[in-house]
Design a binder for this molecule. Sequence first.
Ligand code: HEM
Length: 410
Amino acid sequence: MHYDPVDPELIADPYPTYAWLRDHDPIHHHDASDGAPPFWALSRFADVWDAVRRPEVFSSAQGLTFYFDEIGQLGLPPNLVMLDPPRQTRLRALIGRGFTPRRVAELEGAIRSFVRSRLAEMAQRASDGEPVDLHRDFSSTIPTHVLAELFGVAEEDRLRFGPWTQALTAIQNDGLRLDPDTFSGDGREAVTEMLGYFSEQISDRRAHPRDDLLGALVAAEMDGPDGSAQRLSDWDILGFCFVVVAGGSDTTASLISHGIALLTDAPDQRQLLLDDPGLLDGALVEFLRLESSVQGLCRTTTCDVTVDGTMIPAGEKVLMLYGSANRDPREFGPTADLLDVRRQIPRHLAFSSGPHFCIGSHLARLQAKIAFQELLSAHPGIVVDTGAGQRHQSAFVRGWVSLPAYGLAG
Ligand code: HEM
């Protein structure tokens, strides 16, 4: 079977190909015949799980795509997702001083009132006979609003924030394909503008301390290995802002849209959820397992390494196929491809594992939980037409651009 991670047919439905890879070619080597750089792909749960937990062998420091210099090409600040321990560990600990569970929990009220306002607008559209798009009108608006709230972006600047998240998503769709030339244009401009904006905000917090996330990151301090006080530099904070805006918006939006798409195809599972809202937390993990927003990201080998009897030489790109690992029957049993909102899931890879485990997983789940609580209570019969929807064309991020919705309560 031919495996090409940017083939639109594969992107439409990668799961039969993943099943074939897991069974016949679990340590797949993609040669450079189509002009793209060669890479390897791990598709079984156990292999991906082990690899992402060994950063000394599978490094993130050469970027996460098929190319070697995405940080240089985009002019990005070095950031924790593209660093290895021990530097990444220290940076992450300092960031954790500012980005605390309490700060996330405090967003609940703001998230709920925003979600309700979107639902009221959608209901109005539906009753006016206008088309409703679940992804455009609802799912994608929530993380943008929430991140602006989290960063304390002033009301008058919020209109600029939305286009930045869209441009960064577009980079993931175009720039992270196999053509490095597409790193230019709108995406690069958006990155420059956004980093300029956050630089000003950071200087402002240094001059006028404030109790918002940026203020807390500026103030964060801990003891270094030699006992001296360590703090985050402006560049460290900018790197964090970049990863959060690039990695925290579309992933969360797609979790919400995919969840409704999965429930559209499984009315019995929807009924279970409506009958017992206590199942929602587990159902969100099940949605992420079946439709992982991050399908895969690369690592680079630091030495020759043997995985399941196959030797991968040093200096090669290895794609961690989270989207395949999360459907591996070796881990999840014979029903791995089916939605089961009551499934017990002791471990999964939708947020990765090991040192780079998603630092925003609580915030993502909080947003999705509120979105589902409010959406299913207002419109329990909502369905989407995936055939008429439009997907991102990305090897790395699985998500929607547009997803028409029907069945809203009148
Ligand atoms: C459903 C939504 C989300 C999914 C599926 C997701 C998935 C992931 C994954 C797979 C990684 C590991 C990357 C790697 O393997 O190299 C990651 C890392 C990260 N995520 Fe998320 N993410 C989500 C939402 C968020 C949100 C809302 C935020 C921030 C507010 C966020 C911030 C980060 C950061 C900063 C990292 C880097 C952590 C590190 O390298 O130490 N993510 N995420």
